[in-house]
Structures are given as structure tokens and as C-alpha cells.
Design a protein around this ligand. Structure first.
Ligand code: FEO
Length: 402
């Protein structure tokens, strides 16, 4: 049959993934300005094997592509590499369409299959770390990659072809619009940013486990990488492995991010003075972001990326400005260790912001500069000189730490 919906990407391998341009927020939190792809694959052999399902809102399209590939034949196996519902909520529809299909998963997925979809254990073949499973003329070897992204996450490797099915690992936000391979898309111009954001938003808190997973996969002779989101890597899989190593080890770039929380503009003026101080020390890579107007998704990505970070916030009643408080809470999970931090707080009558900023840097044991201006109201000339100096100090720290 002609492949007009599906794409043939190997001798027996087909891409049957789908683009979701309907979901506005991934995990109902992270913006998807250009949607997201749920990649799914089918191996058409003496046994037909589907690797990773899709989100339920797109499963009909996936099924249409699957039928185009296997026609009236049965689907024999579904590999469940990862249970997050962006890949598993289409399972019931697939099982309804192919009632005899067997699922393949590891033990940690079993209670999830039961609790989310009431799928009983006898429908599932268990695989263990390093185990090879023969399925007709295809065999896949499974490697556990816990917490990248969930505890049951695993990857599947086809030794005969060197194809790695990597689930969330090497994933990116953004649909696959036309091109699906690394050599068919503008990766550096577009997907690199979306891969960084995906990693930091979704996997960043498990960066240590991501490094362990990469070590584990390091001995495999990988010729192609088929992730569950983002482009398929057939031309240069080593490139995405190297990118992931940099992301997992939080390799920062020389530059300073200033995030401000301001209600009537006084604290924003302080952010401007801080940025001027940074620039006067010769740093050109400066970003100033309004915490109330910038999605946490982009703020977290930038915090992970820039070597120097200054948080400057006003108070709200007796606490920190709530959007900044939410950012601090998110940053608590990130376990960042390669940044230099600066903090400054403003208040109207009884403080609030500075105490919470200090608590934040202390509980996370962050490398923070000692100059920590706390300013009442709109501030005065001396306050502005201190802010200028803080900007200069962080710029020097960034440069010295090369
Ligand atoms: Fe793409 Fe963790 O799901």
C-alpha cells in the first residue's frame, strides 16, 4: 500500500506519529506556541510491533496511519516505554481496535497500566533491564532509564539496525511539520531552543538521572534515534547525544539574566540599573524579564542557561511578589549548581521580598554575591549606586568563572 499518511523510515520501520496543534499547554503548564508531536512507530515484520502510543486526542490519526501500514493484519505487540498520558492515553483505543494485542512494559509500569486504564497484568509481557525480547523476526533489547522522565521509563534498542527508541529522551516541543528527520528541519534555528525548554521544563529536575541514562546508552552502537517528541536523528545522532550531555550537566553560557517583579514600575527601574551595571563590565549577553509577564517555562529555561542570574523583587503585603514566589518554588526543584546569583528586594513598609530571596539562596546553597540591596519605595541615589555595583559584580563573577 502507498504510504500517504505514514512514512517509511527503515526497512521494516514506519513513522505513524501525530502533530497536536490543539493542546495549548503541555502538562497543562508549559506553552506550546507551535504545538507538539507525539511520535509513534510501527515495525512491520512477521509480527507487527507498535512502539509508543499517542495522546488520546490524536489517536484516531495514529490509527489511520497504522492501518495504512499493516492493512488488515493484526497488531501483535505495543511497546510501552513510558506511561505519561501523552504517550499512553491512546492505549485503550488501540487495544479496542486490536483486542489480542500484547503490551510490553517493565514492572514499574504495571500499577500505572492498572490504575490509569484498568489494564490487567495478564495483558502485559514484563521486560527487565538489558533483556532482549524476540517478537517474530524482530528483537528489541530494553534498558531502564528511571526518572527520565518517570520511574517506569525505558528505551528499546534494535541491535540489528542500531535504532534506539528513546521515548522522552532527546525530545523537543514543536510539531514535525513536513520534515521529520534532523536533516530535513532547521534544528539549530528552531528545535534547539525547544529541546532546551522541553528538557529544562520536563526533565531538568532529574538531570542527574539523565546523565546516568546517557552513560548506560553510551556503549550501544546507535545509528538512528527515534524519540517520542521532536525530530528523528538519522544523519547525526551523536549531535543530539552531545546536546543532551550539555543540558544534563547544566553547561551555562556567559551572560546575565535579570528577572524582576514590579507592580508600579519602581523595581523595574532597578532592573534597568542592574542591567546597565552588567553592560558596563562588557557583558553583551543580557536578558531582562518581567516575572509577571513571562511564562515560567521560558524563565526556567533561561535560568538554566545563563551563568549569572539576578532576582529583584518587590514585596506584596508582607511577602514576596507572588509571581516571583512561584518562580522560587519552581527553582527549588531544579537543583542548579553552575550559576552565580544576585538578589535585591524592595518594600513599602515592612519588607517581605528580601527575606524570601535570602531563604531561597540559603536553602539551595547557591553561590550568591554578598551585596544584597534592600530598598524602600522608589529608592535613592545611594540605592541606585549599589544596584549598579551589583550589576558590575555579577558581570565580573561571570567573566572570572570561565
Ligand atoms: Fe512525553 Fe513524559 O511524556
Amino acid at each position: 500500500m502507498e504510504n500517504l499518511l505514514s512514512r517509511k523510515i527503515g526497512d521494516k520501520l514506519y513513522y505513524i506519529g501525530v502533530n497536536d496543534r490543539e493542546t495549548a499547554l503541555f502538562e497543562n503548564m508549559w506553552p506550546l506556541p507551535d504545538g507538539v508531536a507525539y511520535n509513534s512507530y510501527v515495525i512491520k515484520g512477521s509480527k507487527n510491533i507498535l512502539i509508543d502510543s499517542v495522546k488520546s486526542n490524536t489517536v484516531e490519526e495514529c490509527l489511520a496511519k497504522l492501518r495504512e501500514v499493516i492493512g488488515d493484519e493484526d497488531l501483535h505487540y505495543i511497546i510501552v516505554d513510558h506511561m505519561e498520558p501523552d504517550h499512553s492515553s491512546g492505549l485503550l483505543e488501540l487495544i479496542n481496535s486490536y483486542p489480542d494485542v500484547k503490551l510490553v512494559a517493565n514492572k514499574r509500569a504495571f500499577p500505572m497500566l492498572k490504575s490509569y486504564y484498568n489494564i490487567p497484568e495478564d495483558r502485559v509481557i514484563e521486560v527487565k533491564d538489558g533483556e532482549k525480547l524476540e517478537m517474530g523476526d524482530t528483537s528489541l533489547t530494553f534498558y531502564m532509564t528511571p526518572m527520565v522522565h518517570w520511574p517506569e521509563s525505558m528505551v528499546a534498542f534494535e541491535e540489528d539496525t542500531g535504532i534506539l527508541f528513546s521515548q522522552d529522551i532527546f525530545g523537543a516541543f514543536g510539531t514535525l511539520s513536513g520534515g521529520i528527520f534532523d536533516d530535513q528541519v532547521e534544528f539549530d534555528k528552531y528545535y534547539m531552543e525547544e529541546m532546551a525548554r522541553y528538557f529544562i521544563n520536563i526533565v531538568g529536575k532529574y538531570a542527574g538521572q539523565a546523565l546516568k541514562a546517557l552513560e548506560k546508552l553510551g556503549s550501544l552502537d546507535i545509528k538512528m534515534i527515534c524519540p517520542d517528541h521532536g525530530p528523528i536523528w538519522r544523519k547525526n545522532p551523536q549531535k543530539v547525544i552531545d546536546i543532551y550531555k550539555d543540558l544534563s550537566s547544566q553547561k551555562t553560557e556567559d551572560g546575565v539574566l535579570i528577572v524582576f517583579g514590579s507592580i508600579y514600575g519602581n523595581t523595574e527601574r532597578m532592573a534597568e540599573i542592574l542591567a546597565r551595571g552588567v553592560a558596563e563590565e562588557g557583558i553583551t549577553n543580557i536578558r531582562v524579564r518581567d516575572v509577571a509577564h513571562t511564562s515560567q517555562s521560558y524563565l526556567l529555561r533561561d535560568c538554566w542557561r545563563y551563568k549569572g542570574i539576578i532576582l529583584v523583587s518587590c514585596s506584596y503585603d508582607r511577602s514576596i511578589f507572588p509571581p516571583m514566589g512561584f518562580l522560587l518554588k519552581e527553582l527549588d526543584h531544579q537543583r542548579m549548581k553552575n550559576n552565580v546569583w544576585g538578589i535585591a528586594g524592595t518594600y513599602s513598609w515592612n519588607g517581605g521580598a528580601m527575606k524570601e530571596l535570602k531563604d531561597f539562596v540559603e536553602r539551595n546553597k547557591l553561590n550568591v554575591l554578598e551585596l544584597q540591596p534592600e530598598i524602600q519605595g522608589a529608592g535613592n541615589d545611594e540605592d541606585y549606586r549599589n544596584l549598579l555595583e551589583l550589576g558590575k559584580q555579577i558581570a565580573r563573577a561571570v567573566k572570572e568563572d570561565k
